[in-house]
Design a protein around this ligand. Sequence first.
Ligand SMILES: O=P(O)(O)O[C@H]1O[C@H](CO)[C@@H](O)[C@H]1O
Ligand SMILES: [Mn+2]
Ligand SMILES: [Mn+2]
Length: 399
Amino acid sequence: MSNYPFKRMFVVVMDSVGIGEAPDAEQFGDKGADTLGHIAEKMEGLKVPNLEKLGLGMIKKAPGISAVSSPEASYGIMEEASQSKDTMTGHWEMMGLYIGEPFQTFPDGFPPDLIGKLEEATGRKVIGNKVASGTEIIEELGEAHVKSGDLIVYTSADSVLQIAAHEDIVPIEELYDICEKARKMTYDPPYMLGRIIARPFVGDAGSFERTSNRHDYALKPFGQTVLNYLEDSSLDSLAVGKISDIFDNEGITDSLRTTSNMDGMDKLMQTIRRDFTGLSFLNLVDFDAKFGHRRDPIGYGKAIEEFDQRLPEVMESLNEDDILIITADHGNDPVHPGTDHTREVVPLLAYSPSVTPGRDLGTRKTFADVGATIAENFNVPMPEYGSSFLSILNKNGDK
Ligand SMILES: O=P(O)(O)O[C@H]1O[C@H](CO)[C@@H](O)[C@H]1O
Ligand SMILES: [Mn+2]
Ligand SMILES: [Mn+2]
């Protein structure tokens, strides 16, 4: 028996699976956004029996998703407090930080002095330098890049500087080195960019394909997160998928990289089979990168169905004193105009074999409630933001 209500907590972030516009969606240009709802409509009914059994229909009704009489999980809705809808802010807030000022974005491309510095430091010219979708810009400029060796630099509505390069033209190690240089140049004000992202691709003109050698170089979280508190208390803080990039390795005791959502689920299972005490924190980025930004509601719907099919295996493998929390970090409605994230509320489903299911966790005003719950469970310092819902899960002391 462990000393904690839950010996192991598994947090699964379905990247960008929002469940409807946030109260402040209009400020973000996202009125009417509804990632899950619109996908379910396009799919003419989403087949997610396992999420439905957990209680998804208690917080979101959509074609194929209905409320059940006895949900197996406790359920709620979370709003993001931070003034941003990107991945870093979503995850940092989940672990207890509040980001008041959004990171800087560059809707007109990066200023000439920064591009000049990058060209000087890398010995390669820059092409692109505009807001673009990653798959479209390699179609547009990939051939020119292959001929000249120039770097394709682009950004988005997020605070990102992305560098795309063909793996045969700019070897991966060189691309990573270039990104590290770009990271150093933009770490501090006036740029203070959220992320530099290496975007390697392969193939021939007309059929270029991005590879899983993508690498993100984030800023360090602006303060201590629950991950640091776990690490400081000699508990495990396992990062699966992009989590270690998102936190720039802060507060992470072990990191397992992934190549896809299904690989992410395999690695989650690996952590379930390990003996540890603490957190296993997984991000499933395909929803966002492969389908949300690509505005592909059918691909997105199938990916959600595929995820759903993996849930029984996960739930059956959990020990009595484990808990699984499923949530998301922002929306990315594939039928919304543009190709960017959308300001939405996210699902909160919490399942443990030993907890009386079906508790209503209500509408949480910040993602930080997840971090606060983890902190209270492991008796580590509480984050500045967030209030724990552990007592709701434990109500009646029946755990
Ligand atoms: O269009 P691609 O290259 O997938 O980029 C998307 O991925 C970035 C990071 O998640 C976002 O900022 C968005 O620009
Ligand atoms: Mn995200
Ligand atoms: Mn994204």
